[in-house]
Write a protein that binds this ligand. Structure first.
Ligand code: NAP
Length: 311
């Protein structure tokens, strides 16, 4: 028996439990609220989607939890030193979806779609200089599960791609940077900057006045990671000064983005409602099922989030 622990809408929770149950016919998956006191004593693994930390702490035998999401910073924040491992979703299908979104919105910026939309609104027939893909330098912050596949997809489409991570990396076709000096170098040569970093103590506010000003004049920005990685006030100033030409933002400090937030009305910002890479229930359930089946057979817990690194 596996509890599904979540604070998501009850109908959505039921749908998740149904899909997970199809993927795990040998397991009984129950909402946390349906567990008896005796069952709570026995659970060694739980499946979670934005769980209430108190619910998890009420399961004394818990060895690990499997998140249905790729980003687990909220759980990491709410549970300072959890007595169980946190395993996040690593789904190749999700990486494909994210790389598709990164490619789509990079092309949107690369082919000057925001500028042509503004021109059409003023009936202006003006051909802007064409920039070849190989002459457009894309910088990808984060070369993990999502960043690496996205960087490779951009390179396959002819762009000149660099990436930045914490540890040194070698990836075919990608110029890899790491560390503080690496960040400065990457920013200085990113016509389009794509953020795919996890939100941690180190990445919160990483894109601020100082770092954003290192981007070339007229650079463009895509944030598909987490809102608090960007200092919003700094970005608004940079957009105002045209140091940054356009930003595509899918994630925000507060979601939904408050109706009075200046991003909504800013013609240099494309606001997306956190849609770049939604978890797909069927593919995600397949991954969770296979990890839990392996745990039942071998006792092995999949690689977990490192509580010190925060991701
Ligand atoms: P991941 O596999 O953990 O990769 C994280 C990458 O960031 C790694 O390359 C890591 O470097 C690098 N990194 C972390 N901290 C760093 C630092 N302080 N300095 C330099 N590099 C650093 O994560 P992922 O699966 O690719 O996911 C990334 C994020 O995407 C998630 O955390 C989530 O917030 C977001 N996301 C958004 C959506 C959406 O719909 N908008 C959907 C899914 C996920 P190393 O390789 O050296 O460790």
């Amino acid at each position: 028996m596996i509890p599904f622990v979540s604070r998501i809408d009850p109908l959505e929770q039921d749908a998740w439990i149904k899909t997970l149950s199809v993927a795990m016919p040998d397991e009984v998956i129950l909402p946390f609220s349906d567990l008896t006191a005796a069952q709570k004593q026995l659970c060694d693994v739980a499946i979670v989607a934005n769980p209430d930390p108190q619910d998890l702490l009420a399961l004394p035998a818990l060895k690990w939890v499997h998140s249905m999401w790729a980003g687990v910073e909220r759980m990491m924040n709410e549970l300072s030193s959890p007595p169980f491992s946190i395993v996040r979703l690593i789904d190749p299908d999700l990486a494909k979806t994210m790389s598709e979104a990164v490619l789509a919105w990079t092309l949107f910026l690369h082919r000057d779609m925001p500028a042509y939309a503004k021109q059409q609104a003023r009936q202006s027939w003006l051909q802007r200089p064409m920039v070849r893909a190989q002459d457009r330098r894309i910088g990808v912050l984060g070369l993990g599960e999502l960043g690496k596949v996205s960087a490779q997809r951009l390179a396959q489409n002819g762009f000149s791609v660099s990436g930045w991570s914490r540890s040194a990396k070698k990836i075919d076709g990608i110029t890899c940077f790491h560390g503080d000096d690496g960040l400065t170098a990457l920013l200085g040569q990113s016509d389009i900057l794509v953020c795919l970093l996890p939100l941690t103590m180190e990445t919160k506010g990483l894109l601020n006045q100082q770092t954003l000003s290192r981007l070339p004049e007229g650079a463009r920005l895509i944030n598909f990671a987490r809102g608090p990685i960007i200092d919003d006030d700094a970005l608004l100033v940079m957009l105002d000064e045209n140091h940054i030409d356009h930003a595509v933002l899918d994630v925000f400090m507060q979601e939904p983005l408050p109706v009075n937030h200046p991003y909504w009305q800013n013609a240099s910002v494309t606001v997306l409602p956190h849609i770049s890479a939604p978890t797909h229930p069927v593919s995600a359930s397949g991954i969770v099922a296979s990890n839990i089946k392996n745990f039942r057979l071998t006792g092995d817990i999949p690689p977990a989030v490192d509580p010190v690194r925060g991701y």
